[in-house]
Design a binder for this molecule. Sequence first.
Ligand code: ZN
Length: 433
Amino acid sequence: MEQENKRLLAFLDASPSCYHAAANVMKALLEAGYTRLYEGEVWNLTEGGRYFTLRGDASVIAFRVPRRDFRGFMIAAGHSDSPTFKVREEAEVPSAGGCLRLSVEPYGGMIMRSWLDRPLSVAGRAVVREGGCLKTRLVNVDRDLLVIPSVAIHMDREVNKGTALKANVDMLPLFGMGKEPGAFRRLIAEEAGVTEEDLISTDLFLYPQQAASLTGAAEEFILSPRLDDLQCVFGCLEGFLAAKGSESVPVLAVFHNEEVGSGTRQGADSTFLTDVLRRISAALGKTEEEYRAAVANSFLVSADNAHAVHPNHPEYADGREFPVLNGGVVVKYNAAQRYTTDAVSDAVFRQVCREAGVPVQRYSNRADLPGGSTLGNISTAHLSVHSVDIGLPQLAMHSACEVAGAKDTAYLVRAMTGYFEKSFRAGPEGIEI
Ligand code: ZN
């Protein structure tokens, strides 16, 4: 557990943006001997081969080919993005008192007040011109660079009664004073290692300058930005890499844009996953009919963090439908099927966890609350396979800094290792796993 937490904290710290998270997933895959495939080239796959491909610089799909006549696909999906603020291209806003602020807009549904009065910086990607080509470069200004100051209680006596914050008024970070115009762009060009003329465009996001840490009397908790969903991405990645052989193709999918509805070229609501699976199937000589049969013998674990019961607000829980921190992996249920779990997928995943010795907890939204959405039902709209929605229990979801249990990551790693060694078959005799 200690080792896993150490690696998780390092992964969180090294992933200030979704692009960095994807780069770190790719780094782990390369170190494990995986070959990068490019979507714009023809794929030649071999038995025993290990591969990954990248779309939009922040979505990664990795897979292994056990043998030519594989049975199906054992897929796990998480997301690389977290709620934050995107920095606009015309970033600098001259402001009152000789201050310079940055123009930003919300990316996803964050708890806005959690971003106030803490050191922030920017990370993301820059498109640069290099040798006649356009290339993307990771950018991370890794120091205390920005702050969004709150209004003093003396001016806003109602502040503790729930003052509403406006993204276009209250959330612009302070960048400097008396700076020459263009200072921000110069800083980004420098970080990208290019001249200002060669810096074409950017996707930059704010992030809290706060290292992930273990907290609590006995270090029971993990305190970090972006636990949703990098904790699940990490757990699925570690399980994927640790798993031994399977008769099916193990597939790890990390999607960008979950926090804004997934409807992008590289999101879960795109053809990325089905494109990859079809190409695997075709490259190994399967017919369309054989591909369809393989899909019917496939399974998806959609891994996205879940809400633990809140010690200050247990009233948000309905009976025993709320998991606890450090209580194990959470299976999510929703009668309206915003979570894909049904009796069959629940039974399959519980069997995997039982065999792996991993405790399983339940989560349902309180019956009068709609709750959030996730990857599972968006993915299964494109690839209609048996699917379960799971996650790890956490508090303060979508805050700039979230809280999780220190024991739970290791549970997920164990569960996913067991999962990726399985093969799923929905045959005439019933379901075999
Ligand atoms: Zn999430």
